[in-house]
Design a protein around this ligand. Structure first.
Ligand SMILES: Nc1ncnc2c1ncn2[C@@H]1O[C@H](COP(=O)(O)OP(=O)(O)OP(=O)(O)O)[C@@H](O)[C@H]1O
Length: 291
């Protein structure tokens, strides 16, 4: 179906009892592509990623990573995959260099330990115990471990949670470098600017269902990105959506107060999509209560 794709997900579904947390999700990620999975808390992002990593068993549907069913991935397959889980469980008593040196031995073609430490900005802390690092610094250790084995496919589950803005930008640079080397990346994040900075394409998931799947600049379609003109006058605040904002503004009389032209951001589009699902779910719950 997608002979060249690094990741193929087809009808992937995960149920816990009567609850469907991933609901018939399908997408493919081409080799070398960076793909972002976006969605609110509890949407099913981590569950999807963990099925691709082979850590959870799908209820139905199929997943292939580098052509292999993750449930059947052997050590050879695993050495081609890099994983940064949502929550880390690093051995705190080891120093940054010790833990990376230890993991470097596991991979057939590991990166140089000190280069990797430098890439994640931890050179100054290389001799410190991981338990003594800040949350954001510990997260960088997780990222270092994820890229250590030069993976062909890298899974990053909320990699920059707890990073300060400077560290986040440094991380983006690092990931751009990893992507430029040809690595396929699946990223989950709550930071829409992070997705815009890094991803070629994105999927938006809510309530386990994939709501949108497109190039990052096209999510929501052209309609959703139509510019908005806002201004005030004696009658109040006005808002008009138009594909020709300049002509529209020229047609306004006098000097409109607080005039602005905005192009809806990915965040605006995302929030309106998620809002619709939440309204649907709320209606469903009300129906259930009424029934
Ligand atoms: N082992 C489990 N048993 C039952 N329900 C589970 C289990 N693991 C996850 N869930 C539920 O599945 C849903 C999806 O969880 P998941 O962690 O995939 O969401 P997420 O999109 O990654 O959210 P977040 O952004 O908060 O990390 C949640 O409602 C969660 O409570």
């Amino acid at each position: 179906m997608h002979p060249e794709a690094a990741v193929v997900v087809d009808g992937l579904t995960k149920r816990y009892g009567a609850r469907t947390v991933v609901d018939d999700v399908s997408f493919a990620i081409a080799q070398g592509e960076t793909f972002a999975l976006l969605g609110p808390n509890g949407a099913g992002k981590s569950t999807t990623v963990e099925m691709l990593e082979g850590f959870r068993t799908p209820t139905s549907g199929t997943a292939r990573v580098l052509g292999v069913d993750p449930q059947r991935g052997d050590r050879g397959w695993r050495s081609r995959i890099g994983v940064v889980l949502q929550s880390s469980g690093q051995a705190g008593v080891l120093t940054v260099r010790e833990i990376l040196t230890h993991f470097a031995r596991v991979f057939p073609d590991a990166r140089d330990v000190d280069e990797t430490i430098a890439a994640v900005g931890l050179t100054e802390h290389a001799q410190r115990r991981v338990s003594k690092l800040s949350g954001g610094q510990q997260r960088r250790v997780d990222v270092a471990l994820g890229i250590m084995g030069r993976p062909e496919v890298l899974f990053l589950d909320e990699p920059t949670t707890g990073f300060d803005p400077q560290a986040r930008r440094a991380f983006w640079e690092l990931i751009r470098g990893v992507a430029a080397d040809g690595t396929t990346i699946l990223l989950t994040t709550h930071y829409l600017d992070e997705a815009e900075q890094l991803a070629d394409r994105a999927g938006i998931i809510a309530g386990g269902r994939l709501l949108a799947l497109d190039e990052i600049g096209r999510i929501g379609g052209a309609e959703a990105r139509t510019p908005i003109v806002r201004w005030s006058d004696a009658a109040g605040r006005h808002e008009v959506r138009t594909t020709e904002p300049a002509s529209f503004v020229r047609g306004l009389r006098g000097e409109p107060v607080d005039l602005e032209i905005v192009r809806p951001s990915l965040e605006d589009i995302y929030l309106s999509m998620i809002g619709e699902v939440e309204v649907d779910d709320a209606e469903l719950e009300l129906d259930e209560v009424a029934a």
